[in-house]
Structure formats: C-alpha cells, structure tokens
Design a protein around this ligand. Structure first.
Ligand SMILES: C[S@@+](CC[C@H](N)C(=O)[O-])C[C@H]1O[C@@H](n2cnc3c(N)ncnc32)[C@H](O)[C@@H]1O
Ligand code: SF4
Ligand code: SF4
Length: 339
C-alpha cells in the first residue's frame, strides 16, 4: 500500500504542468540527451461528464472505436519504456475509468518501471476500482473538485450529483490507502473558495492541492477568463496557502511561472523556489492523444508525430516540433526575466 510519504519521497522537484502530475523531476533544464520524464496519456475522449472548460472536449458522445486498442497501447507503452524505463505516466482522458483495460495498461507500465498515476473525475471510483488500480500498481489518483458547492461543481461539470459522488470517492481512496491529489480549476466563479478547498483537501488527506488556470482551448476556447488582477490575487493566495500547509500537503499552481514573483516577495524560504519554472513540454514532457498522436502537452494541439506510423523513440528523437521547443532561448520579456 502506498502512502502520502511514499509518493512525496518518490517524486522530486519540478512543479509540472500536466493536469494530473504529482511532483516530478529535474532541477534544471537539460541540454540533452532529452529524456521524457513525464508522459501524459489521454486514453479516451469519452466521459460521463461534460465540463464547461474541458480542453479535450470530452463527453458521452465520443466512440471507443476512435481510440487506440489495448494492443496498440501496450506496444506504445513498451516503446516509451525503451526510451525511459522510469517515466511518470499519467493515464487520463476524458474519463480513463471508462476504459476497461485501464488496469491492463497500468499494470504493464508499473511492472516495466513507470510510476503510474490516474487522473479522474472520481465519480466512478468504486471500492472495487480502487482495489484493482492498487493491484495494477497505480501509485495515486488526481481527483478534480472545483468547488465545495454542488450548485457550482455540478453545473460546471454538467453532472447532477457529481460533487457528492466525487467526495465519497475521495473518502474511499483514503480508506484504501490510495494516495490522491485534489485538483481545482480556478475561475471567477470559484476563486473565493480556494482557501476552503485547500483546507478540505488537507483534512481529507490529500498529498497535494493543485490549482489549474483555464487554458483557452477545447471547450474553454471562448471562455471568459479571470482578469490579470484576479489571476495574480489567486497566485498570491496560493503562496500563502503553500506556507500554511507546508510539511502536511503540497499546494501548487500549474502553468503559472509568474507565481515565482510572489514566492520571492512573500516567502524567500519557500521550497517552491527549487522548482523549475520554465515549461518542460517537449523537453521532459509529452502528451499522447486518444488516437495516438504525440503533442508537446495536453493543451497544445500541434502534432509532433503519429504513433500509428512512427515509434515513440523516432518521434522523441527526431520530431522537428520537439526540436524547435528544445532549441530556442526565450525572447521578449520572458527572455529578459532574471528568474
Ligand atoms: C481533462 S481532465 C481528465 C481527467 C478527468 N476526467 C478529470 O476531470 O479530472 C484533467 C484535468 O484537466 C483539467 N482541465 C480540463 N480542461 C482544462 C482547461 N481548459 N484548462 C485547465 N485545466 C483544464 C480538468 O479540470 C482536470 O482537472
Ligand atoms: S474535464 Fe474531465 S470530467 Fe470534465 S469533461 Fe473533461 S474529461 Fe470529463
Ligand atoms: S505549453 Fe503552456 S499549457 Fe503546455 S505545459 Fe507548457 S506552460 Fe503548460
């Protein structure tokens, strides 16, 4: 059985971008050879919910026929492990629990040396499913809770009763000893709840409370985001919350490197200063789509290669898209920033 302590110590530094990552790798940007430390795999677009912001536009109307088969997944998995025998593999979706072969894939990956975590909306995490995930070597789950108010969460996620079901699943994870993180996507409608969500997560026993900021892609393409001031206020609050829960639960923001300004100003002792801020996509990190395309990250639609016609190694080593992401020095204001 894993524990929060195990998961923390098995993971190291960088605050990663992927929606479901716990904490991983690499204190500095590598110059090569490049290693895919984190692979996020959207196994399906099928989902029992249909959230307003979903970057992959998941829903119940998608067909399983469009997804990689079990055999194709296992072949790709072996190819990933050939390139890096110990990646962090994030099995996500859509709702990955809708794939009956999730445990088959997870088991092969963990037996091969990967640290396997599963990103889920939690509504289908029954006692039996938790046991089978644990038996397949899954080290933890990332469960999405966007509000403690059903009227917000259920509406945002387009699922009546979703919050109640997900909270019950979190209790079951705790009872079974399956590590979990709570992930919240922050918007104007729930930003005032961040401290309450962090407290709830800590009391529930979460390893980490991860806050995501809406990336305008998929169904979120035309979503009204927070103002820069609101965004900045949330980041400042997260730095405070990180200090409050330090040693008990991690508190992290994703894809918001500008949080470092608040860390430097408000908490110069923060362990967050050890994390790499630069986006690792294409350098340490890639995403696989349900159809087998490789993209630099889950939010980036640009295709680096196709696993139906190329091997993972070929794409990782030869893709011009990935080469481009690895080569450039930052320009503009980012290039001038001393942090
Ligand atoms: C795509 S979901 C897949 C796993 C699972 N269905 C779930 O909801 O947790 C993974 C995570 O991405 C977040 N997410 C989805 N669309 C997003 C977007 N446009 N911007 C930021 N986060 C997003 C979700 O809230 C969730 O925490
Ligand atoms: S965010 Fe997750 S739960 Fe919501 S529609 Fe997308 S895949 Fe489904
Ligand atoms: S490209 Fe943007 S969204 Fe993707 S991992 Fe990097 S910072 Fe995050």
């Amino acid at each position: 059985m894993s524990s929060a302590g195990d998961l923390r110590s098995s993971s190291a530094t960088l605050a990663p971008p992927a929606p479901e990552v716990f904490e991983t790798v690499s204190p500095s940007r590598e110059r090569g050879p490049y290693i895919p430390h984190i692979v996020a795999w959207n196994l399906t677009k099928r989902c029992n919910l249909a959230c307003a912001h979903c970057y992959i536009s998941a829903g119940s109307w998608h067909a399983a026929d469009d997804e990689l088969s079990t055999d194709q997944c296992l072949r790709i998995l072996d190819e990933i492990l050939d390139v890096n025998p110990n990646p962090m593999l994030i099995l996500t979706g859509g709702e990955p629990l809708l794939r009956d072969d999730l445990e088959v894939i997870a088991e092969r990956a963990s037996a091969g040396g990967a640290t396997v975590v599963v990103g889920t909306n939690g509504t289908r995490l029954t006692d039996e499913r938790i046991d089978s995930l644990l038996a397949a070597g899954v080290k933890g789950v990332a469960v999405s809770i966007d509000s403690l108010r059903p009227e917000y969460h259920d509406r945002f996620r387009h699922g009546g009763g979703a919050l109640k079901d997900t909270m019950a699943a979190v209790e079951r994870c705790s009872a079974h000893g399956l590590d979990f993180v709570i992930q919240t996507t922050v918007t104007t409608g729930n930003r005032h709840e961040i401290a309450d969500l962090a407290r709830w997560s800590a009391e529930a026993g979460a390893v980490s409370f991860n806050v995501y900021f809406v990336v305008p892609t998929g169904r979120a393409e035309h979503m009204q985001g927070m103002s820069p001031e609101e965004n900045d206020e949330v980041l400042r609050e997260l730095v405070e919350l990180e200090g409050t829960y330090r040693g008990r639960m991690m508190v992290r923001s994703k894809c918001q490197p500008q949080i470092m300004r608040h860390v430097l100003q408000g908490d110069p002792e923060s362990p967050m200063l050890n994390y790499q801020t630069r986006c690792p996509c294409g350098v340490h990190y890639v995403r696989i789509t349900p159809e087998g395309k490789v993209t630099p990250c889950p939010y980036m639609p640009v295709v680096a290669g196709d696993l139906l016609t190329q091997s993972f190694q070929e794409i990782w080593e030869s893709s011009p898209v990935l080469a481009d992401l690895r080569s450039g020095e930052l320009g503009g204001r980012c290039g001038r920033c001393s942090q």
